[in-house]
Ligand binder design. Sequence first.
Ligand code: FES
Length: 78
Amino acid sequence: MSRLVELEANGPRKLDADDVDEQKGDVAICQCGLAETFPFCDGSHRQTRDEAPDQRYVYDEDGTRAVVDRIVSDEESD
Ligand code: FES
């Protein structure tokens, strides 16, 4: 499985001591791309648990998931 994710940042997010979870004592970085608290994990990755290994997905802002067959660039569509 893979996921299409839109990100707007164009630079790094530097972590500091305030980013450490006081209760858990760690910093959880989102790797699924779905966290509303990106770059930090907020548990949104649970939505991906039933993704099929051979599919590509895109998620809307409301969490609605769709399967994407193919990505077409503007240059290809002309
Ligand atoms: S890994 Fe993305 S929300 Fe947890």
